[in-house]
Design a protein around this ligand. Sequence first.
Ligand code: OTU
Length: 660
Amino acid sequence: MDDRDEADLDARRRLPDAQRRRAAAACLRALLPAVRIEAERTLGRAESVAFVARLELWFADLHLPLDALFGDRHDTAGLAARIVRQALAAAAARPAALRELDRRREVDPRWYQHPRMVGYVAYVDRFAGTIRGLHTRLDHLAELGVTYLHLMPLLRPREGENDGGYAVADYTSVDPRLGTMADLEELAAALRERGMSLCVDLVVNHTAREHAWAKDWLAGRNSFYRSFPDRTVPDAYEATLPDVFPDRAPGSFSLVDEAGGWVWTTFWDYQWDLDHTNPEVFAAMLGTVLQLADRGVEIVRMDAAPFLGKRLGTNCQNQPEVHDILQAMRAAVALAAPATVFKAEAIVAPEDLVPYLGGHPRERPECELAYHNQLMVLLWSCLATKDARLAVQALRRMTSAPESSAWATYVRCHDDIGWAVSDVDAAAVGWDGPAHRRFLNDFYSGRFPGSFARGALFQENPETGDARISGTAAALCGLDEARERSDAGAVDLALRRLVLLHAVTYGFGGIPLLYMGDELGLANDESYRDDPAKADDNRWLHRPRMDEAAFGRRHDPAAVEGRIFGWLRCLAATRAELLALTAGRTSDVLGLDDPHVLAWRRRHPRSGVFLGLANMAEHPASVDAGLVAGLEQVLGSDPLELRDGRVTLPPLSWMWFSEP
Ligand code: OTU
């Protein structure tokens, strides 16, 4: 971007909206007659009517961001016309079964907000060996009430180290170790049969350096990446760039070779950042999404979304370009495959998060879903401090997300936990932000005296003292430690913690994502150390293989696995019946007189109030009985007990209430 006039980057974004919309409308008028004819020819009468209706609805949402991104150097009208034709071709190639799905989704466009939604996240190989093998796991998913399956990256990665598949060498084929595109298509169809939606990653920020685009770029045949002949520009950017992997991949640039210069590598050195200021990159990535959508992928997880735009003097995250790219992509995909929704993977500060859901001063369609990493981090903070104050403070301060969106709520995922606790929130409860984050690392790595957790520090930065945490949910909840000591009381506490966290994510109003293995309390997996392609990355600690013996005990109410599994089934089944858990409306987090209790309330015009209570302390807590007046308990770790005008909450207990 150093060759562009940085001062002008926002010139088009600053124009009055009305003026930008008029330009888009004029462009659409010019385009429509020809597209009408082409659409009718390729799609037939009925489908073409729908396509044109979508075009009229979405065109401004495509044109505005394209113009902001590329308008200073490219002809926006020409570009928009090209993207529309790309979408039309994808619409024409869309299989009949997916067109039927489009119809259903157009009737019920907020399908992803239904309380029946429950997600499951798994590595294909670690869960089921291969994509075909997954068919034998569908009953398991159905038992857990799963309606959404996120398979970790499965497109063909580079050989050797590949960051768990996030270094893609070919977006058009599946990792041959896992199966084929045909297998994926078949799986998507089998999932649809059972009312489950397939979610797949789009690694949009970077490709593997072995990708054909990178090879062509090296040969001078495209300009998909950028390189810098010496350290001048990289140094200028790095002055304000935080390190994502400071421990094993410091810096954000890597040397291609003496002649090739330095290329942008936010993550590992074999992951080359694409140059998203080039419209050809946009079109190529769009092609990838459309292709996946036409195979039956319904949810596209936009990996590392915050990093798509780079501006000198910033941390190069959450820049305006990022939102323009996602919005333009959103509009283009809506034209071709309206059943598809986007999920933003933006693990950023709370104030930067809501824009990914389209929550800007003027709302714009962007991603329907985004990870609620605040809730995740705060829940772990609650368990360590045995107190809910910070969570109450931070959740109350969050801006609400657009009504059309849904949070993906989760306890654990395949990544480390980064302590995105804001200094402002910490200060508001009388804590020091950096000191609290240090405490959390000490606590979850097990070095804090009395800690029950068995995590490991990830990417410790000796310069800043920052670190993140790896480890399975069970290990972080104390189960590994308790089992090692064969301490039945400690096992009970660990299970209470694990179920408590899930009771919040399942009851918070969003799509709860269950991470494979957590339904059985799987332990840390140390075996990654023996594999040279994994040994450098301790996130593999919490990416275990499905343990068949543990799996076999899932229905045994006396076994640890059976106890967890039973609760998760109950949470999903109960949730499905509670209209107030429809995503989209904000949960009101309540300020109570007992600092140990996290309480949240949701309302739905058709079903009234839902109330959730969670006692984070390891001793009893209580709340005013008035809170539950007129409500009935629908689920809970313990039965409701009223004493002296208070609801008593046993240690680490949780309860769900609803209007009868
Ligand atoms: C994502 O995570 C993936 O979830 C990781 O597994 C990948 O390694 C990475 O992208 C590269 O593809 O920094 O520590 O705000 O938090 O994109 C993990 C988003 C990461 C980042 C996120 C990234």
